[in-house]
Design a protein around this ligand. Structure first.
Ligand SMILES: C[S@@+](CC[C@H](N)C(=O)[O-])C[C@H]1O[C@@H](n2cnc3c(N)ncnc32)[C@H](O)[C@@H]1O
Length: 217
């Protein structure tokens, strides 16, 4: 149902061959024309997962400056999962998650494209129950990029980070500067996470993103 395109993402010293959706607006139009049963669930089915957003490159940039070999990483709202693919290439034990029903098929393609076998995918909606085999408070790093774009997201996402960051772990979130960032910081602090902020710049000097670092207090 999607028209695809293939491109190379060069980020943080890694070059990854990615298959994604050729044109996001066209894919939204195709979805909207599928009828009323789609309209009722449009927000969840919207194919935002199918392109790499600049904040994902910013997160890869940050990951590539950290020693990840043997570390456990959980990605929330992974979409095309560029950060998970980079972390897996760096030797991390990665679980990539998203709620969209088409995400896993794209991840499998992109793992194959890049010779990556050790990366696990689980369907996970931040509102929902724990995926099988994923334990709370058990990850060295919980990561996410551009996942704050509706009014309910700051609270549910803060809860998801708090749920999975291990006792000495960290959370990283990159964001292009959407309006919900301040609410997210307050929600994290309300759950006992400390938040510090920074800015990451892409390899090409263009992909600036706000970076939040979360820790248990
Ligand atoms: C703007 S896209 C960002 C994708 C990817 N992180 C990136 O930066 O390229 C937002 C992603 O969050 C996912 N998402 C939205 N709401 C979610 C929820 N409640 N639970 C899990 N994933 C969700 C969407 O399916 C989508 O893949």
């Amino acid at each position: 149902m999607y028209t695809l395109r293939r491109w190379v993402e060069s980020v943080g010293g890694h070059a990854l061959t990615i298959d994604g959706i050729a044109n996001f607006e066209d894919a939204c139009t195709v979805l909207a024309n599928r009828g009323p049963e789609v309209h009722a669930n449009y927000q969840n089915l919207c194919p935002m997962f199918g392109v790499t957003w600049p904040a994902a490159r910013g997160l890869c940039q940050r990951l590539s400056t950290t020693s990840l070999r043997g570390r456990s990483v959980l990605e929330l709202g992974c979409g095309l999962a560029l950060p998970s693919l980079v972390a897996a290439k760096m030797g991390a034990r990665v679980v990539a998650t998203d709620q969209h029903p088409d995400t896993e098929a794209f991840l499998r393609r992109n793992m194959h494209n890049n010779g990556i076998t050790a990366l696990r995918y689980e369907t996970f909606d931040w509102h929902g129950t724990l995926p099988a085999g994923v334990r709370e408070r058990s990850f060295d790093h919980v990561i996410g990029s551009d996942v704050l774009y509706t009014i309910e997201m700051p609270d549910i996402l803060a809860r998801a980070y708090e749920r999975f960051i291990g006792p000495n772990g960290t959370g990283w979130l990159t964001d292009p500067g959407r309006p919900w960032l301040t609410e997210f910081i307050s929600a994290c602090e309300g759950l006992g996470l400390s938040v510090s902020d920074d800015v990451v710049v892409g390899d090409d000097g263009k992909d600036d993103a706000f970076l939040l670092l979360l820790r248990r207090t």
